[in-house]
Each structure stands twice: as C-alpha cells, then as structure tokens.
Design a protein around this ligand. Structure first.
Ligand SMILES: Cc1ncc(COP(=O)(O)O)c(C=O)c1O
Length: 358
C-alpha cells in the first residue's frame, strides 16, 4: 500500500535524487580529498555569551567586512553557504512547474538539484571543447526561456576559469531576459579574475561566494550573495529569519579581519604551490591522459581507464571524487589539494600504480 508520505509528496520530490554531497556519500579513508576543503583548518577561538537570544537578522558588520574584503560597494548579504545562495535565488525568481534555469555542464550539481526540487526545468548548454569554455551563442539563444543562467568560474569540477570576454558577451546578450549568476566559490585561487566589478555595468549580474574553500571555514557555513539593490530586495523577502548562527557570525568576523584575510590569502598561495608540485610529480605517468589546468584547490585528471585510479586510491585510504558519471568527464577523477605531506603520499601512490596491478 502506498504510504501517506508517498501520497502527499509532490511528483517533483518523489523523482528527486538527493544531492550526493561528499559527506552524504561518506565512506572510509585516511585522506579526505573529495570535497575541496582546506585540509588543515585555520583555528579561530571564539565564544558567544548570547546563546539564549536569536542572532542578528542580517549581520551588517559581516556584510561590511565582506564588501571591504572585495573592495566593492555592491550590496552583500551573508547566507548559510553558497548552497543556500543557489537555493534562495531559484526560489526567489523561479515559478515552480513553469520556469527554467540554464546551466553549462559539466558544472556544480546544486544548480540543477535546487531547480529539480522546485519543479523548475534545467536547460543545459554544455561547455565547449577541451578548454570547457562557454557556448556564448547557445546561451544567448536559450536565455529568453530561462529566469537564471548559472555559471561557475572557476568551474567545479573542471577547474578552469571562464573567459571574462565570454561572460561579458553573455551579460550583454541576456540583460533583458535573465539573471546571470556567477558562482565564484574558488575565486581566491585566481582573485584578480573576479567579475564583481561588472555588477556596476550589468544589473542582471549576481555573484555568489563562500568562505568554505580558501578561508577554510566549510563547517561554519557562510556564503555571500552580491547583487544590485533591486535584486537584493526580492532575495531578502525569502531569506530565512535568522540566516547566520551567532557562533558562525563571530568566527566569520575574525576571518574577515585584516589578519584573518592575510592568513587566508597566504594559505591560498601555499595551496597553489602544493598543487604545482603535485602536478609536476605525477604528470609523466603514461596512464594519465590529461591533467586539466586548474584555477582552484583541486585538479581534474583524465586517466585511460574508468574508475581504476579512483578505486585504487580508495583502497589505499585516499578518498577522491569520481567524475565518470558525467559523459564529458568519462575516466576523470577530481583530487582536492591537501597538505604537502598528503599530496606527496598521493603522488607516490599514483606513481606506484599500474593498470595491470588491478
Ligand atoms: C562551485 C561551488 N559552489 C558552491 C559550493 C557550496 O559552498 P558552501 O560550502 O558555501 O555551501 C561548492 C562546494 O563545493 C562549490 O564547489
């Protein structure tokens, strides 16, 4: 007999496959290099005396600190991670069962997931070529059918930046039709390439950011939406009543102090160096077909055998992300850049690996 829950749940939720976050997939391992976190966190000592009170509605000091960090006057609002920003934007601007969003795959899966959850259709205009760049014409042609174009730069899982010229063409071509959301979760690894400055010229541009990556604060759950006042006015209608837990807010303020920013940017340069050393150490393996250029804290590797590298690393206690479910990323594994010791171990494992050993 059909359960009450099954009878009550809308079709869109019944069909929904839960988002496969690294934590939800779980597993066992020694080295966790599957969620693009900072392997060794920065320690923030903090306390709050006000656990009995609800936190601020929209912590103004955090918004100002983030604007200062970004050197912008564009309105900023803190939310519980960039994931909440994506969800909020879809719920604010898309009508369930009627509207569409546009993505360029392969990209971060949460855009489509949040749309599916709202019975909002996703149009995919795939990234082009080995460089995974935008199909600008295809996006502009399809954008009138979509309310939001979600683009990710640097892109997860491919690791590359999208061309600024292409982003500008998309903004020009869609300005009367759709919002263009640029997800800059990994921008600290190529900070000069931010498009926040374009918000002044293109009112349909929204930028989302996070402290989960370069700032090493994935557990704190803090992301940001940066957009013009008129977009913000609508987003703020739906924002949860208390979008930032007070204990998180205190840590975020420390992280966005001059000292906190300095620590995060130094740690980012360190990760970039470790990444280059790691790539040098593994690049001559005959079974590695391609290491994609990376503007992030992870590398995408195409091997010449499906899932073997992923399984081999897993058997050796190293948890990475298998990307083979994406047709364009067949045989690809994504590896987060961890500490020098971890990456040396992974490089040694990779160099010991031979296809015949499996
Ligand atoms: C491109 C991209 N956007 C957003 C997120 C989510 O970030 P947050 O931890 O702030 O929710 C991630 C996390 O992996 C990501 O890769």
């Amino acid at each position: 007999m059909t359960s009450l829950a099954a009878r009550l749940a809308p079709e869109s939720i019944k069909k929904l496959i839960p988002y496969q976050s690294a934590r939800r997939i779980g597993g066992a391992g020694r080295l966790w290099l599957n969620a693009n976190e900072l392997e060794h966190g920065i320690h923030y000592a903090t306390h709050t005396e006000d656990y009995n009170r609800y936190p601020d509605f929209l912590p103004h000091d955090i918004a100002v600190a983030y604007q200062n960090y970004c050197q912008t006057n564009v309105p900023a609002v803190a939310v519980r991670g960039a994931d909440e920003a994506i969800d909020l934007l879809v719920r604010t601007f898309c009508k369930p069962g009627a509207d569409k969003i546009l993505i360029s795959s392969p990209t971060y899966a949460m855009y489509e997931f949040c749309a599916d959850a709202m019975a909002v259709e996703t149009i995919d205009v795939p990234l082009k070529g080995k460089e995974f760049q935008l199909d600008v014409e295809g996006i502009i042609q399809n954008a009138p059918q979509a309310k939001i174009v979600f683009l990710c730069s640097p892109n997860n899982p491919t690791g590359n930046l999208l061309s600024r010229t292409d982003i500008i063409s998309v903004l020009e071509g869609t300005q009367h039709d759709a919002l263009v959301v640029i997800d800059e979760a990994y921008i600290e690894f190529e900070l000069a390439e931010t498009v926040i400055d374009l918000i002044a010229t293109y009112p349909n541009l929204v930028v989302i950011r996070t402290l989960s990556k370069a700032f090493g604060l994935a557990a704190v759950r803090c992301g940001f939406i940066l957009a013009n006042e008129d977009i913000m006015e609508y987003v703020l209608k739906l924002i949860p009543p208390y979008p930032m837990p007070d204990c998180s807010a205190k840590i975020v303020l420390d992280a966005l102090s001059a000292e906190g920013i300095d620590i995060a940017l130094k740690s980012t340069s360190e990760v970039i160096k470790i990444k280059h050393t790691f790539i040098e150490a593994i690049k001559n393996n005959q079974w590695i077909e391609h290491i994609y250029p990376s503007s992030t804290n992870f590398v995408l590797i195409r091997t010449n055998s499906k899932a073997q590298l992923f399984n081999y690393l897993k058997e050796n206690g190293v948890v990475t992300r298998n990307q083979s479910h994406e047709p364009a990323l067949n045989n690809c594994v994504r590896i987060t850049i961890g500490s020098p010791e971890s990456m040396m171990e992974v490089a040694q494992l990779i160099n010991q690996y031979s296809i015949s050993s499996l």
